[in-house]
Design a protein around this ligand. Sequence first.
Ligand code: PGA
Length: 257
Amino acid sequence: MMRKKIAAGNWKMNTLPEEAHELFHSIADTYEELGLNEQKQVILAPPFLYIVQLAEWAKDYPYLHIAAQNCHSESKGAFTGEISAIQLAAAGATHVIIGHSERRAYFSETNAQLEAKTKAALAAGLTPIFCCGETLEIRDNENCIAYIINQLKASLGMLSKEEFSQIILAYEPVWAIGTGKTASPEQAQEVHASIRHWISQHFSNEIAERCTILYGGSCNAQNAADLFSRSDVDGGLIGGASLNAETFLPIIQNLPA
Ligand code: PGA
């Protein structure tokens, strides 16, 4: 069964306006050559500030989407400094990253909060890109697959089949994020296959087969082809290497056809 292959760029707290402009256009300028389509897409997750502008530019490119990096679980109200999913949708975002390990670690986001954010995103019509992944300590000392499945169960286990089928997952081993250490294609495949198995047990085989599962953690132009060649790896969530067209474009080009 065909499932979407995706290269998503997580810009994190990087880029000033001119850099965001240049980066967006360097990708948009090669749009035709990238051969994107319904099954092969690119998502850019800039800082909140640039979403309105980038979403406006992205209107000319049907398979180039704009994501937020986070959202609040409430739709509006007295939450100083926060941004809701419906505000993001109104600004033109179509996707939102939820549960990135930096948010879990530095902003103490809990599984329960991530469940609420996921529901808010779905209610606003946004596609969540839901992140999971283990620390090095967990990989070395515990059953890391059980840990990852528990993360998913805790935040997504209560969703209906219809809701879950909207979700994109990203497996991002914390020890590989921004460290230059990448999970080997075998390690990534093992986790992705286990995640897909859990989805098939918990939801359905069909939903599992359709679910796009991205790999993230020091994915770059050199290792993307090998990672993406694994049967359960459907593309990448890319941080550092997405901040430069020279490193991001080859990753997009390595998405399977
Ligand atoms: P990285 O980040 O590619 O810089 O390791 C990935 C991510 O955090 O999404």
